[in-house]
Design a protein around this ligand. Structure first.
Ligand code: FAD
Length: 415
């Protein structure tokens, strides 16, 4: 085996890896990104939150992404049994961008990684990381290329951005199960979706099954009548919906009247794909000579499109700490990385719990929200889940409980 050297080795070239690579390379470090796949490649996770735009700017990747001319997104809309509710991200408590994009990941991820390369990072494709030797100053990775040849890379710091690969969680034994229920998604891309006058293409549409409220749907429009459409349910419900995944998918989609209506006449352009058991956790997000970013750490649930926001947030938090550590400073990875990152994740977690136990749908479909409350909720759904000026960040559970209770009581007394 030959031994190679770099300052920072990054496992995985998805959004979190590319963002960290771009930031670090711009700040003068030698960066090596090791990406198992050849880009462009499909990935799920196609709806950004406005908070992402601030993070892309911080890493110097906003322009590279803008060149993709992606479908603009300004909010989230919800439908259930003929009811419709829309949240406009431009009206929100927290300052910052109020619009973002729906993105096809093959293109988006390629653009971010090319942006990282332009910033000076060295990017290798077709290289899997298969081994790790932790060390506070000289951690080492074992990599295997497509031809089966292995090499060793010694770095001064390692960032794990391997997403569902969860490389360091597995290799260090830090992997641990999520406390969220195991759910699965069936999805595809369609073309020919031109909607109708009432379909707001600038919002993600989230539908709820008319009877089984824990089944939900996404419709993410792309330009030119293309769209990503998926359904999420617990695994038993998915399995019971038909004989194979394609039949199950269309049976579930057609059970929701608005989705059925909008998707009449569209043509699927990919096979229906199943992803299940994606929620995962990790005991610690850092250790001697390494830190873990994005989905390689904790992944919750897709309902509020928070995955890439958390991935980019972790990257912009970790990157400056890496430079400080390599400059010889003592870095408090707990206090300056893990604890604050997990605070925002906990906000999303509270909203996800409230979605599945029915409190959040009650709040969303309640017609008379005060503007102030609406702006607080909008800020979180726009990704500003770390803003301590928002009571739904600092006291998520209590606030969601009392608001859901108030909505129930008002609904009971209204005619
Ligand atoms: P990834 O994007 O997964 O990138 C990791 C990279 O690491 C990959 O390119 C992979 O090839 C590489 N890799 C893996 N193992 C190795 C290895 N051993 N060696 C080298 N390279 C390796 N998020 C949103 O923000 N919006 C959404 O609308 C949304 N919808 C979702 C729907 C579903 C059904 C699911 C399951 C998730 C959804 N997500 C969504 C989440 C989103 O997919 C992830 O949060 C996001 O991709 C995380 O980015 P990342 O950079 O951490 O990892």
């Amino acid at each position: 085996d030959t031994l190679e050297y770099t300052d920072v080795a990054i496992i995985g070239g998805g959004p979190s890896g590319a963002a960290a690579a771009a930031w670090l390379a711009r700040h003068g470090l030698a960066v090596r990104v090791l990406e198992r796949q050849h880009f462009p490649r499909f990935s799920i996770g196609e709806s950004l939150l406005p908070q992402c735009m601030a993070h892309l700017e911080t890493c110097g990747l906003l322009e590279a992404a803008q060149a993709g001319h992606f479908q603009p997104k300004n909010g989230a809309a919800f439908c259930w049994k003929g009811q419709y509710a829309a949240i406009d991200f431009r009206e929100k408590l927290t300052p910052g961008p109020g619009t973002t994009w729906q993105i096809e990941r093959a293109d988006f991820d390629q653009r971010l990684l090319d942006g990282a390369r332009d910033a000076g990072a060295d990017v290798e494709h077709g290289v899997s990381v298969i081994g790790f030797t932790p060390d506070p100053h000289r951690p080492q990775l074992t990599m295997r290329d497509d031809a089966g040849k292995t090499r060793q890379l010694e770095a001064r710091f390692v960032l794990d951005a391997s997403g569902y690969g969860r490389v360091l969680a597995r290799l260090t034994g830090l992997d641990c199960p999520s406390s969220l229920a195991t759910r699965g998604a069936l999805f595809t891309h369609v073309e020919g979706l031109f909607g109708d006058a009432d379909h707001d293409r600038n919002k993600i549409l989230i539908g709820v099954h008319p009877e089984q409220k824990d089944i939900w749907y996404w419709l993410i429009p792309f330009p030119d009548g293309r769209a990503s459409v998926g359904v999420v349910a617990d695994i038993d419900t998915l399995d019971a919906a038909g004989d194979n995944d394609t039949a199950r998918y269309w049976a579930l989609i057609n059970a929701e009247p608005r989705f059925n209506e909008l998707l009449t006449g569209v043509t699927p352009v990919r096979d229906v794909t199943r992803l299940a058991g994606y929620s995962a956790n990790i005991k610690r997000l850092h250790g001697p000579g390494f830190a873990v970013l994005g989905n390689a750490g904790e992944f919750l649930d897709p309902v509020f499109s928070s995955g890439i926001t958390i991935a980019l947030d972790s990257a912009v938090r970790a990157a400056p700490l890496v430079t400080r550590q390599l400059d010889g400073e003592d870095v408090d990875w707990d206090g300056d990385f893990e604890i604050p990152l997990r605070e925002g994740i906990a906000t999303f977690r509270a909203f996800i719990d409230a979605w599945y136990d029915g409190r959040l749908p009650r709040i969303i479909f309640h017609e008379h929200q005060t503007p102030r409350i609406r702006d607080m909720l909008s800020a979180i759904l726009a990704g500003y889940a770390w803003d301590k000026n928002n009571p739904f960040v600092t006291a998520s559970q209590r606030r969601l409980d009392s608001l859901a209770e108030a909505c129930t009581q008002e609904a009971a007394v209204s005619p």
